[in-house]
Design a binder for this molecule. Structure first.
Ligand SMILES: Nc1nc2c(ncn2[C@@H]2O[C@H](COP(=O)(O)OP(=O)(O)OP(=O)(O)O)[C@@H](O)[C@H]2O)c(=O)[nH]1
Ligand SMILES: [Mg+2]
Length: 682
C-alpha cells in the first residue's frame, strides 16, 4: 500500500515499566488490522517482546517498531522499554517521531519515568499525549490520576475523551461530545479543550468570540490544535484498557485526526558543522528533495546480519538509491528496503519523507549516522539526545582462552545497539571495561551476549576513572638541551597555566613575540603538553580544565628540532602544574535507588557513610520509593552486593555521571603515592 507524507504518523510509546505499553502496542496493531489476534505478556506471544529474554522477564529491553495502515493513515509505532536501565533505546526512539505517547497506569499512577519522559519529550519539541491505561483494572482510579496529572504537569493536560460504563468504554469529548462519563462532565471537558485550543491563535480566538464554535472551520480548528501540540500548549489525555480494548480504536482515531503528520510537527533539529561554525539546517519533509535520513536503531542479528533502522526526514529512499553515510565518499546501494513488524522484515519499494524503514547488511552504518544522497548534505547530524553517561563498569575477560578477538567483536556489536552501553579498552592495563547504567543493565547485556553469540566472560570491578586538574595559576619553564655526539637538541619554553571551569576541557594559546620560537615548533610544544594531558602529572590520570599559554622561549638555528620542543613543552607544563596545586578529581554520580518503603531508612543510613548527599525521595507505584542521591563513584564499587543484602534482593539502582569534584586530601595522598611515574630520560 502506498502512502504520502501527510498520511504518516510516527509515535513512540514511553513510560514506566509495567504501565502496559507493549500490551497497548499489541492492542493498537490488532485494532488497526495489522495482526489477526492480539498476543499477551502472559502467553509471551506479543509482536513487541519477541526476544526470549524479554519474554522470560516480562519486560521490554529494546525499542520495537511496527506499523498500521488504518483508514488511509500509515502509523509507525515504537514500543520502548520502561526499565530505566534500558533508557538508551527509549531515548533513541525520540529522534524518530513527532509524538511521544506517555503511558501511565491508572492503578499505580505516575512513576519516576513518567516525569522524565514528559520532560525529555518536551525538550525535544515533540507533541505529547498522555494515555491513561488499565482503566478496566481493579483499583483503577482514573479520576484521581487525572487530577494528579494536571497538578503535576500543568492545566494544559486535558481529557480528549473520558472513561464510561465503569471503564469498559470511553466517550469522546472533542468531536462529538455526548453521553455520560464515569466522572466529570463531557460538555465541560469539551468546553475546556476548545477554550485551550482557540487561545493559541488570535484570529481563531476572534472568530470564536464573534461566531461561537460553529463559526470555526474544520481546518482552522485542526491547525490551531497542531500549533498547541507543537508549542506544548495542550497535552491531550486519552484513556484505554489495552487488555479489553476499551478506548483503543478511539486512540487510533485521535492519532489519525489530531496527531501531527511529519509536516505538522516541529522541524527536526539538524545541525551542519561542529563547534563555533555549527548552524541549524532545515530538513523539509518533501519527497522530491535530496534524501536526509537518521539512523536511530541498530540490530545485530547473528543470522540476518546488521539491520539499520532509519527515519527519512527529507526526500525519498527507493530500492537502488545510492546513499552516503555521514561524510563518507563512497556510497552504498540500497539493495533491499524493509519495513519492520517486530522481528519480521517486510520488503518495500519506497520510503517517503517522514517514514521509517531499514536496510540490512551495511556494516559501515552506525547508530546516529546520517544517510543522504548528495554531498550538499555532508557534515550534518541530528542534535544529540543527551544520553546519560553510563557509570557502572566491569572489567571483562573471556571465560575461555582464545576468545579474545571474538569478545572484542561481539562487545562492539552490542554497543551499537544501546547508546548507554559502552566498551573501552585500556592499552596500558590491557583491560576491557564495559559500562552501563546499572549492574542489572550490564548483567543483562552480558547475558544477551552469551545467549546470542555463545561468548562467556569473567568479570571484576574496574579502576575508578579519576581525573587531574590544577587549582591555581602558575608559570612553568624548561630548557631542553642535549649534546650527543653530532647534532644537538635545543628548545626552551616559558608558559603559564590557569584553571578553567569544571568541564571546560583544555585550551592551548600561543603569545610568542618577536619570533623567539619559530611558528613551526608551536605544534611540537602543544604535542608535549598534550602528552601530559593524556597521562596526567601526579597520579597517572588524564588532566582537564586547564588553559596553557606559551609566551616565550628560545631556539637554536641548528639544534632546534621538533623532538626538543616536545620535551621542553612537556617539562615546562609539568613544572607549572607542580606549582599550581595539582588536584585529583573523582566522578560523582547521580544514584537512584528503588526500594520497598520499609528499607528507606537502611538505604539513607548506609549512604550517609559513603560521603553521599541525599537529594530527595519519590514515591512510586506499590509503595516503592526512589531515593535520589549524589555520591562519589569510588564509594559504591560493590553496591549491588550491599543493596541485595540490605533489601533481600528487592532493591535496584541506576547510576549516571553528574560531575567531577576534588577528592578528599587523604585520598589524593594515597593516589599520588600509588602512582609511580615512568622514569623518563627523554
Ligand atoms: N488489567 C489490565 N492489565 C494490563 C493492561 N495493560 C497491560 N496490562 C498487564 O500489565 C502487565 C505489564 O504490561 P506490559 O504491556 O508488559 O507493560 P510495559 O509498559 O510494556 O512494561 P515494560 O516493557 O517493562 O516497560 C502485563 O501483565 C499486562 O497483561 C490493561 O489495560 N489492563
Ligand atoms: Mg514493554
Amino acid at each position: 500500500m502506498s502512502h504520502g507524507t501527510p498520511d504518516i504518523r510516527n509515535i513512540a510509546l514511553a513510560g514506566h515499566a509495567g504501565a502496559g505499553k507493549t500490551t497497548l502496542f499489541e492492542a493498537l496493531l490488532h485494532a488497526g488490522g495489522a495482526i489477526q489476534t492480539a498476543g499477551t505478556i502472559d502467553r509471551g506471544n506479543t509482536v513487541s517482546d519477541f526476544d526470549p529474554m524479554e519474554r522470560e522477564r516480562r519486560h521490554s529491553m529494546a525499542a520495537t517498531i511496527a506499523s498500521i495502515d488504518h483508514d488511509g493513515c500509515h502509523i509507525n509505532l515504537i514500543d520502548t522499554p520502561g526499565y530505566p536501565d534500558f533508557r538508551g533505546p527509549t531515548l533513541s526512539a525520540l529522534a524518530a517521531v513527532e509524538t511521544c505517547a506517555i503511558v501511565v497506569d491508572a492503578v499505580h499512577g505516575i512513576g519516576h519515568l513518567t516525569r522524565r519522559m514528559m520532560e525529555r519529550a518536551k525538550a525535544r519539541g515533540l507533541a505529547r499525549v498522555i494515555v491513561v491505561n488499565r482503566i478496566d483494572a481493579e483499583g483503577a482510579r482514573p479520576e484521581a490520576l487525572t487530577e494528579t496529572l494536571r497538578h503535576e504537569f500543568g492545566s494544559e493536560c486535558l481529557p480528549l475523551n473520558l472513561p464510561a460504563q465503569g471503564g469498559s468504554t470511553v466517550v469522546d469529548c472533542f468531536f462529538n461530545p455526548s453521553g455520560e462519563a464515569d466522572f466529570s462532565s463531557v460538555a465541560e471537558a469539551h468546553q475546556r479543550i476548545i477554550d485551550q485550543v482557540v487561545e493559541i491563535n488570535e484570529t481563531v480566538m476572534n472568530h470564536y468570540l464573534d461566531l461561537g464554535e460553529e463559526g470555526l472551520s474544520g481546518s482552522e480548528l485542526h491547525d490551531a490544535f497542531e500549533q498547541c501540540l507543537r508549542e506544548g500548549h495542550l497535552v491531550p489525555i486519552c484513556y484505554t484498557s489495552a487488555r479489553t480494548g476499551a478506548g483503543v480504536r478511539e486512540l487510533l482515531d485521535v492519532t489519525k485526526r489530531l496527531l501531527p503528520n511529519p509536516l505538522e510537527g516541529n522541524p527536526p533539529p539538524f545541525i551542519k558543522g561542529s563547534g563555533a561554525s555549527a548552524e541549524p539546517i532545515e530538513a523539509v519533509a518533501d519527497p522530491d528533495r535530496h534524501v536526509i535520513a537518521d539512523v536511530f536503531k541498530i540490530v545485530n542479528d547473528p543470522f540476518v546480519g546488521k539491520l539499520s533502522v532509519f527515519r527519512v526526514y527529507q526526500g525519498t529512499v527507493r530500492r537502488d538509491t545510492q546513499l552516503f553515510i555521514d561524510d563518507g565518499r563512497k556510497p552504498f546501494k540500497v539493495g533491499h528496503l524493509f519495513r519492520l513488524k517486530g522481528k519480521e522484515h517486510i520488503e518495500i519499494d519506497v520510503a517517503v519523507a517522514g517514514d521509517i524503514a531499514a536496510v540490512a547488511k551495511v556494516d559501515e552504518i552506525h547508530f546516529d549516522a546520517v544517510l543522504h544522497d548528495s554531498h550538499d548534505e555532508d557534515h550534518i547530524h541530528l542534535k544529540p539526545l543527551d544520553f546519560p553517561q553510563p557509570m557502572f563498569g566491569l572489567a571483562v575477560e573471556p571465560a575461555h582462552k582464545g576468545q579474545e578477538q571474538k569478545l572484542a567483536t561481539v562487545l562492539a556489536r552490542l554497543g551499537e545497539e544501546d547508546p548507554c552501553f559502552q566498551v573501552e579498552h585500556s592499552k596500558e592495563l590491557n583491560e576491557t571495561i564495559v559500562r552501563g547504567l546499572s549492574d542489572l543493565h550490564v548483567k543483562l547485556m552480558l547475558e544477551r551476549m552469551k545467549e546470542r553469540y555463545g561468548v562467556e566472560v569473567k568479570t571484576r570491578p574496574p579502576r575508578i576513572a579519576y581525573r587531574e586538574t590544577v587549582a591555581s595559576a602558575a608559570e612553568g619553564h624548561h630548557r631542553h638541551k642535549k649534546q650527543t655526539g653530532g647534532a644537538g637538541q635545543f628548545g626552551e619554553v616559558y608558559l603559564r597555566i590557569e584553571p578553567l571551569p569544571r568541564g571546560a576541557g583544555f585550551e592551548f594559546n600561543e603569545e610568542i613575540k618577536g619570533g623567539a620560537i619559530p611558528g613551526q615548533f608551536v605544534p611540537a610544544i602543544e604535542k608535549g603538553v598534550r602528552q601530559v594531558l593524556e597521562h596526567g602529572a601526579v597520579a597517572g590520570y588524564p588532566l582537564q580544565d586547564v588553559r596553557v599559554t606559551v609566551y616565550d622561549g628560545r631556539h637554536h638555528s641548528v639544534d632546534s628540532k621538533e623532538v626538543a620542543f616536545v620535551a621542553a613543552g612537556r617539562k615546562a607544563f609539568l613544572d607549572a602544574i607542580a606549582k599550581a596545586r595539582p588536584t585529583v578529581l573523582e566522578p560523582i554520580v547521580n544514584l537512584d535507588v528503588n526500594v520497598p518503603e520499609a528499607h528507606v531508612g537502611d538505604i539513607t543510613g548506609s549512604l550517609a557513610g559513603k560521603r553521599a548527599r541525599i537529594n530527595g525521595t519519590d514515591v512510586l507505584r506499590g509503595g516503592e520509593i526512589v531515593v535520589r542521591a549524589q555520591v562519589p563513584l569510588a564509594e559504591i564499587g560493590d553496591y549491588s552486593t550491599e543493596l541485595k543484602a540490605m533489601t533481600g534482593g528487592r532493591g535496584r539502582y541506576t547510576l549516571e555521571l553528574s560531575h567531577y569534584e576534588p577528592v578528599p586530601p587523604n585520598v589524593q595522598r594515597q593516589l599520588v603515592e600509588a602512582y609511580r611515574p615512568r622514569v623518563d630520560d627523554d
